[in-house]
Design a protein around this ligand. Structure first.
Ligand code: GUN
Length: 299
């Protein structure tokens, strides 16, 4: 079997087109422009690229984008004061503080200082609790993107065996909660799980979010399973000396031989994350203005 390739790149273009359409409608019918503020502290090179892409795509969708780039030496107090001012700014509907933060700043304190209704990352403890209890919340962008692709592929996920490999707060745990909400039977596996390969092999849906390059191959995957690869790992290029290559947590060439459907890296989950950030910003804007939420941009 050669599995179907689920293109996050193509799917994210559809999501972004829906976002732009809704943004136009908000402007034309209500005079409202959704606004997203992104805060970056320090010089982490990967974070700088993510923040630049987030800003560009926010503007491309017709929304207001504000970037606050703060020096590495910024104190926690200064950062909290900035977030407080963004919480009070009615032209800003979404606030994202790019992680990781410098080690002298307490990430939990910063995340939990963002107004929950503007927390477009869905990381605030209130949103974590609301998602965990099946209530309306802001949903973390990467798991939201994975779920959108899975729902598009299957329609209904009821009763499917889902295994999530990885237990991070950003992906693993919210992904498991979302799949549970869709009535999947959910297992969270991680670095300490016994017989992890056998557990993965029972999955109809296998979500890999461990950050270990190409850990999962055809021997971990049941024939016909759907494999969602969240990993983005840079490794030395096997054929080109001095060059690097992006790979997922799944060995794609091996897995594609047995999977029923699979997301590639790059071009799979990655592009969906920013698309879902834009979707969350529109959703937050609609909620703030007591307007109906856009169709097809949430779960
Ligand atoms: N760093 C890596 N991924 C993310 C994310 O989804 N949101 C934020 N705020 N920081 C990140």
């Amino acid at each position: 079997m050669i599995g179907k390739v689920i293109s996050g790149k193509e799917f994210s273009e559809l999501v972004r087109a829906k976002v732009s359409k809704h943004v136009d409608q908000l402007k034309n019918e209500h005079g409202i422009i959704p606004g997203l503020a992104v805060v970056l502290v320090g010089e982490d090179p990967a974070s700088k690229v993510y923040v630049r892409n987030k800003g560009e795509q926010t503007k491309a969708a017709g929304m207001k984008s504000i970037e606050h780039k703060l020096d590495e030496s910024t104190s926690e107090k200064e950062l909290l004061e900035l977030i407080e001012s963004l919480n009070e700014d009615t032209s800003i509907h979404g606030i994202l503080c790019q992680l990781p933060l410098p080690s002298h700043i307490n990430e939990d304190r910063v995340i939990n200082s963002i107004a929950p209704d503007k927390d477009v990352d869905g990381f605030h403890i209130s949103n974590v609790g609301l998602l965990g209890t099946g209530q309306k919340s802001m949903v973390p962008c990467t798991p939201l993107g994975c779920l959108m692709m899975l729902k598009d592929h299957y329609g209904d996920l009821t009763g499917l065996n889902a295994v999530v490999v990885g237990r991070s707060n950003i992906v693993g745990k919210p992904m498991a909660n979302l799949l549970l909400r869709e009535s999947c039977t959910v297992t969270i596996a991680h670095s300490r799980t016994k017989d992890i390969q056998e557990i993965c092999k029972r999955a109809d849906i296998l979500v890999a979010a461990v950050g270990r390059p190409e850990m999962i191959d055809e021997n971990w995957i049941s024939s016909g399973a759907t494999v969602i690869d969240v990993g983005i790992n840079r490794i030395p290029h096997p054929d080109k000396a001095g060059k690097s290559k992006l790979v997922g947590d799944v060995d794609y060439e091996s897995a594609v031989k047995v999977a029923g459907a699979i997301t590639p890296v790059p071009g799979g989950v990655g592009p969906m994350t920013i698309a879902c950030l834009l979707a969350n910003t529109v959703t937050a804007c609609c909620r703030a203005n007591k307007l109906p939420e856009p169709d097809g941009l949430g779960v």
